[in-house]
Design a protein around this ligand. Structure first.
Ligand code: MSP
Length: 508
């Protein structure tokens, strides 16, 4: 079965910050993990360019909206390219093919009887691009999601019959406990739906920066609501409404989103798909928010962290490791420099780095860098069993999007390796003339390292490629099947000397 992984598409009202980088890193890690396992995988990211928020941001900067959107979109693409994000497609909602696909979907929902014209009267938060009835506002004025002032909207609008899908949605949540991960987040969605769904306004007439109505509806005064337009990117990217060339990847296996946009993805999106008679994604994975030194990051507070600044100072792979290891998926996390430095120094520099240095040092001294696994089972069955057990637990953690548990489990391998060296003291064995035993310990550790870096490769692709090169093999589906699934040991090889430096000492 093929896999389809998506990130949300990012608004082009400002440049990427660390929260955007986080979603992209997790999705990239998942896509690389699936590819490592040999799955036919498609990975999508891109930018969300329509709507009032973008129009207003462009106006503030005195720029034509399209030009402004293109400039910011390019900064996202360049950043992901700099970070070697392995996306298969970068979609922009201003792409002509996307817009045609949205019109096609609109017509399809209309033909189905799911769209009707009426009059909308309520409140709108431009920042969240969300409609709210008066009853939901805070103090009769402020957005219940972001706290900003809302504006009154009174306009003719087309509506999507969201209410029609209430029961079907509830049944879907019940029948598919992995539809929303972590499961703890599902309750808030279920309660929201149980509270009653109102039909959703899906067009606007008070501004023009959006996908036009399909010509056949003869209603030029409306443009599509930005969330309808944006959510459909996940299928227009696959050729929906055009040639459907990549629709074989649909339904998505995992769609990553931040918790703030879970409602759109777990309620509106599946309802739109039901209306289009398309299957629903297998999992919507909702992650938490990153704060800075305990405070929510925001442009107005001036505490936003630019991912490029951190990556330039510490290396993008250290940043990826930190973000995926530090915070349980779904929970909020704090980006403190202290935590970052401690994490890199202890896990990467000490645990991983030391193990590497020890193998190179010992193999150089004892066997002219030759590593031979022939006696590993004889002297180290216990460690091999423990290693295989940890390796066998990894897949479930990744499937449940628990990247921190995945990495924690993987780190058991380094503990086993370091423990074997301390426990077996190969230097003492060499002195006692027990060369076979000493070399078996060195080979055990080389095997542990080999298997560990294969499984670490989705998180730290470049670093692990360097280690594998030294260990004489490449990370790919073949080595995964041989050394991880097949539990085989490394063939005789000569380790290459190399140096990796993880220490994170600089200040931002
Ligand atoms: N354009 C919409 C998504 C449309 S998807 C069909 C959007 N864009 S966004 O740029 O505002 O946010 C994109 C993602 O970044 C969201 O998943 C959001 O949760 C995430 N983050 C934005 N700030 C964040 C943090 N401070 N921390 C973690 N992620 C947060 O919403």
């Amino acid at each position: 079965m093929s896999k389809y992984i998506t990130t949300p598409i990012y608004y082009v009202n400002g440049e990427a910050h660390i929260g955007h980088a986080y979603t992209t890193f997790i999705a990239d890690t998942m896509a690389r993990y699936e590819k490592l396992k040999g799955e036919d995988t498609y990975f999508l990211t891109g930018t969300d360019e329509h709507g009032q928020k973008i129009e207003e941001s462009a106006q503030k900067r005195n720029k034509p909206t399209q030009e402004f959107a293109s400039e910011i979109s390019a900064t996202f693409k360049t950043l992901w390219d700099d970070f070697e994000i392995s996306y298969d497609k970068f979609i922009r909602t201003t792409d002509a093919e996307h817009m045609t696909g949205v019109q096609k979907a609109f017509l399809e929902m209309h033909a189905k009887g799911d769209i009707y014209k009426d009059f909308y009267e309520g409140y709108y938060c431009v920042s969240c691009e969300t409609f709210f009835p008066e009853t939901q506002l805070i103090d009769g004025e402020f957005c219940p999601d972001c706290g900003r002032t809302t504006s009154v909207v009174k306009e003719e609008s087309y509506f999507f019959k969201l209410s029609k899908y209430e029961d079907k949605l509830l049944k879907h949540y019940e029948d598919n406990p992995d539809f929303i991960l972590p499961r703890s987040r599902a309750n808030e969605v279920i309660n929201f739906v149980k509270g009653g769904l109102r039909d959703l306004s899906v067009t606007r007439t008070s501004f023009t920066w959006g996908v036009k109505m399909p010509a056949s509806l003869n209603d030029d005064s409306h443009v599509m609501y930005v969330w309808l337009d944006a959510l459909l990117n996940y299928i227009t990217a696959l050729g929906y409404g055009k040639d459907g060339a990549n629709m074989k990847y649909w339904p998505a296996s995992t769609q990553f989103v931040g918790k703030d946009i879970l409602r759109f993805h777990a309620i509106y999106w599946p309802a739109f798909l039901m209306s289009l008679d398309l299957p629903l994604p297998k999992t919507i994975g909702a992650h938490g928010w990153w704060t800075r030194d305990g405070e929510k990051m925001s442009k107005s507070k001036g505490n936003v962290i630019a991912p490029k600044v951190v990556a330039d100072a510490y290396g993008v792979e250290n940043l990826r490791y930190f973000m995926l290891r530090e915070v349980p998926f779904g929970q909020d996390g704090d980006f403190s420099q202290r935590a970052f430095i401690d994490r890199i120094n202890s896990d990467l520099s000490n645990d991983l780095g030391n193990l590497l240095n020890r193998i190179i040092g010992m193999s150089g001294k004892y066997s002219d860098f030759e590593i031979d696994s022939k006696d590993v089972i004889k002297y180290h069955e216990k460690e091999i069993d423990a290693m295989n057990e940890a390796l066998g637990n990894l897949d479930d953690f990744m499937k449940n999007l628990q990247t921190h548990r995945y990495l924690e489990e993987l780190w058991k391998l380094f503990a086993i390796g370091n423990g074997a060296i301390t426990g077996h003291e190969p230097w003492a064995k060499m002195k006692e003339g027990k060369t076979d035993e000493a070399l078996a310990t060195v080979a055990l550790v080389a095997n542990i390292l080999a298997k560990a870096v294969i499984m670490l490769s989705p998180v730290m692709p470049k670093t692990t490629a360097i280690v594998c090169d030294a260990l004489g093999f490449e990370i790919n589906n073949e080595s995964y099947k041989d050394l991880v699934l097949g539990k085989n040991l490394l063939k005789v090889f000569n380790i290459k000397k190399f140096h990796l430096f993880f220490l994170a000492l600089k200040n931002l």
